[in-house]
Design a protein around this ligand. Sequence first.
Ligand SMILES: Nc1nc2c([nH]c(=O)n2[C@H]2C[C@H](O)[C@@H](COP(=O)(O)OP(=O)(O)OP(=O)(O)O)O2)c(=O)[nH]1
Length: 136
Amino acid sequence: MSECVAKRVVVAGAVIDGGRFLAARRTAPPEFAGRWELPGGKVEPGESAQEALVRELREELGVEVEALGRLPGEWELKSDLVLHAWWAPLLKGEPQPLQDHDELRWLAPEQAFDVDWLEQDLPFVEEVVRRLDRTT
Ligand SMILES: Nc1nc2c([nH]c(=O)n2[C@H]2C[C@H](O)[C@@H](COP(=O)(O)OP(=O)(O)OP(=O)(O)O)O2)c(=O)[nH]1
């Protein structure tokens, strides 16, 4: 009999401002430190994905975003964790690396692959570039 385990969602945000999107360099865990990601974190029990993303980006970057829509696809991180990503226009604030990151970078579409992304983020980054290319 196969076991059915509920997966916990990690929600990551493509923070968008002025035709660019934000990349964040992780400080932990050791296997991810120094690699770049779309910032975010785990959805807590009782929280929607949108609420979790808004909370995580407020805590980690000190900004307000709108979680506008999910990007297609999902990536299984471990047996019990799955990565989703959202299109998240910046509403207020200038992102600061307050928690979990030591560097942030705004990337124009043509700079999107200048940083060393976690592999699992690449399909989402490609989708973000496609969307920015269509709108700029
Ligand atoms: N935030 C984020 N996490 C990612 C991405 N890609 C990826 O593999 N991960 C992994 C790293 C972590 O194992 C997990 C997210 O954990 P996290 O440490 O950011 O979550 P959190 O802020 O809620 O932390 P905690 O409750 O465990 O302290 O997902 C991504 O693009 N963004």
